[in-house]
Ligand binder design. Structure first.
Ligand SMILES: Cc1cc2nc3c(=O)[nH]c(=O)nc-3n(C[C@H](O)[C@H](O)[C@H](O)COP(=O)(O)OP(=O)(O)OC[C@H]3O[C@@H](n4cnc5c(N)ncnc54)[C@H](O)[C@@H]3O)c2cc1C
Length: 594
């Protein structure tokens, strides 16, 4: 079953099994991919959605716990303008404000749409959607206290949102492909013709031809050792974009969530603090009073993660160890059991701690990528990062950078970003569709994908991929985490250079093409290294501290030189940076205090 026109045989036989043709092909079945699929299908477009996982509902969106932000004002006064201000201030003034305005305004519509599709949100006694407090979401343009803005379904918000969309997509007849691993884009200059995938089940390569291709592949938290993200978070989409000549934007900004379960990184939702939980050091102090005296535990994540790390470094971790306590005992059994049931279950199963009776040991955990594939406010990918559209190519969700989160994302703004901009992206595809065309499939369309598989299976070295992955994760954890400095970043650069050499001396014992998880992990490792490189070089380059990028050797924000987005380009010959202006429409940068 091989197509001699496409294959130029070397050692490994990777047959091009199938050529599929759809109007729209979406890589990723999380909130972003599904929203776009629903909009395209509603407009009558032949829409296909693929995931590398065994089922769409395993996409990482399923794991979202705490909620989705929207200024519904169900329980107290709230306005989208406040939400927009909080988002911009939370971003340390790096967010593009035209996008942040859309995020805050459309939040209200998107939550209503979820409700109309049947999403089972938690409710107030009056039957309205329940809302809780979350870090950095406050009243009156920062002048007031925390506001009830996060719409939630207990601590399983992502679960209900993803299932709601998945059911809608099924009802509409969206075509799903599972265990389909997208490897490379099919391009003709700055035009996209579709995507080439490896079929994990049957072992062949597939070419998906489409007039519009959407990358909605999520983040890459697996580049760190302690992470709250899924095993599938490996930067596949970002890598595909880089290889097509597209830059990545603002990659130096990577969020550490303050409260991961100690040692394992599993998320303990910010909803715990939203419901009133405390952070306690070894002296039994609520130490946030020394870092964010007004907002305390509900300061934005970058600030809380730095506070926890500083306490641990100062020897005030519990028993002098590398963790502190998240204490929710005072909330009582009823609130814990009804609003945070999953948190209780995870604590008991993974830490042997029942939070009704004991505090939870926690540590900051790698969580969310603020940067990604640069797009306009409708998800169209910028070929040069700022002005030229890559025709037929779109990106949305965590893999994209529109940019609403700037240097630091607020909690509950990410399911929102994926939903709002996934939907806008679908609407934009429908709008653009008449001007898009099916490009002819060139003979070497599958070349890049085939080479990627061959690169791994043909290696005759002795180093196993997991050894290299361990080096990557340890290095990123030690040198490119909550705090950074030049010395550590340069160490990571040398680890990366070393890893590139080791990749050529890799050994993958399983040479088969079906269900070869080692092959998949080796490909993912390559993508993670590429993402880690963008983060590390970006962090080294940006000589200031802003949001989640905290340089110990440059502790101040420097608006004069760095109030700009970074664009990171990479090809075989090396990397280079370009920059673009931040869009400021309503709120001028000011000192960020909480
Ligand atoms: C534990 C946890 C809790 C969170 N809680 C919240 C919260 O309470 N509120 C909030 O706003 N945000 C939260 N977030 C963040 C938020 O959930 C995510 O950022 C968002 O859901 C991402 O959606 P997405 O559609 O971009 O990607 P995902 O839902 O991750 O979907 C990505 C899809 O791409 C597919 N894919 C990836 N690579 C390939 C490939 N090569 N080939 C084919 N398919 C591929 C995956 O299989 C998957 O289907 C949380 C995140 C985590 C990790």
């Amino acid at each position: 079953m091989k197509d001699p026109k496409v294959l130029n045989e070397k050692v490994v036989d990777v047959p091009l099994r199938n050529i599929h043709k759809h109007d729209v092909v979406i890589v990723g079945t999380g909130l972003a991919g599904l929203w776009a699929a629903i909009e395209c299908k509603k407009a009558g477009l032949d829409t296909a959605c693929m995931t590398k996982l065994s089922m769409p509902q395993r996409s990482h969106s399923i794991a979202a716990q705490g909620g989705t932000a929207a200024s519904l004002g169900n329980l107290e006064e709230d306005y989208w303008e406040w939400h927009m201000f909080d988002t911009v201030k939370g971003s340390d003034f790096l967010a593009d404000q035209d996008a942040a305005e859309i995020l805050a305004k459309d939040a209200i519509t998107i939550v209503r749409e979820y409700e109309h599709m049947g999403a089972p949100f938690s409710r107030t006694p009056d039957g309205l959607i329940a809302q809780r407090k979350f870090g950095g979401h406050v009243k009156d343009f920062g002048r007031g206290g925390p506001v009830l803005r996060a719409c939630y379904a207990a601590d399983r918000t992502g679960h209900v949102l993803l299932h709601t969309l998945w059911q809608k997509a099924l009802e509409l007849g969206v075509r799903f492909y599972t265990e389909m691993f997208a490897i490379s884009l099919i391009t003709d200059g700055p035009k996209c013709a579709g995507v080439v995938t490896w079929d994990i089940k049957s072992g062949g390569l597939h070419a998906f031809k489409a007039k519009a291709t959407l990358i909605a592949t999520g983040g890459y938290g697996r580049a760190w050792k302690i992470t709250a993200t899924a095993y599938s978070y490996t930067a596949d989409g970002q890598y595909m974009a880089l290889r097509a000549g597209i830059p990545l934007e603002d990659m130096e900004f990577f969020q550490f969530h303050p409260t991961g379960l100690f040692d394992r990184g599993i998320l303990m939702t910010e909803g715990c603090r939203g419901e009133g939980g405390y952070l306690i050091n070894d002296l039994g102090e609520r130490f946030m009073k020394n870092y964010a005296p007004e907002k305390m535990e509900l300061a934005p994540r970058d600030i809380v993660s730095r506070a926890i790390t500083s306490e641990i470094e100062a020897g005030r971790g519990i028993n002098g160890g590398p963790y502190i306590y998240l204490d929710i005992r005072h909330l009582g059994a009823e609130i814990i059991n009804t609003r945070l049931p999953q948190i209780r279950e995870i604590s008991i199963k993974f830490a042997g701690v029942d939070p009704i009776h004991e505090p939870i040991p926690i540590v900051p955990t790698a969580h969310y990528s603020m940067g990604g594939i640069p797009t306009d406010i409708d998800g169209r990918v910028w070929y040069d990062g700022k002005s030229q559209i890559f025709s037929g190519l779109y990106a949305a969700g965590e893999c994209a950078c529109v940019s609403v989160h700037g240097a630091n994302r607020l909690g509950c703004n990410s399911t929102l970003d994926a939903s709002v901009f996934g939907r806008r992206c679908g609407i934009a595809i429908v709008k653009d569709f008449a001007n898009l065309e099916h490009l002819p499939l060139e003979e070497d369309s599958a070349k890049m994908a085939k080479e990627e598989i061959e690169f791994i299976l043909n290696q005759k070295g002795s180093i196993r991929p997991e050894e290299i992955r361990n080096e990557l994760q340890t290095g990123m954890q030690n040198y490119v985490a909550v705090f950074r400095d030049e010395k550590g970043l340069l160490k990571m650069v040398s680890i990366i250079e070393d890893m590139h050499k080791k990749m050529k001396d890799m050994f993958v014992s399983d040479k088969s093409l079906t269900y070869n998880t080692t092959l998949m992990e080796a490909m993912e490792l390559r993508h993670l290294i590429a993402a880690a490189e963008a983060v590390t070089y970006g962090a080294l380059n940006r000589t200031e501290s802003r949001g989640a990028h905290a340089r110990r050797d440059y502790p101040k924000r420097d608006d004069e030189n760095w109030l700009k987005h970074t664009l990171y380009f990479r090809d075989e010959s090396g990397f280079r940076f370009d920059y673009k202006e931040v869009k400021i429409t309503r709120f001028f940068p000011e000192e960020r205090k909480y």
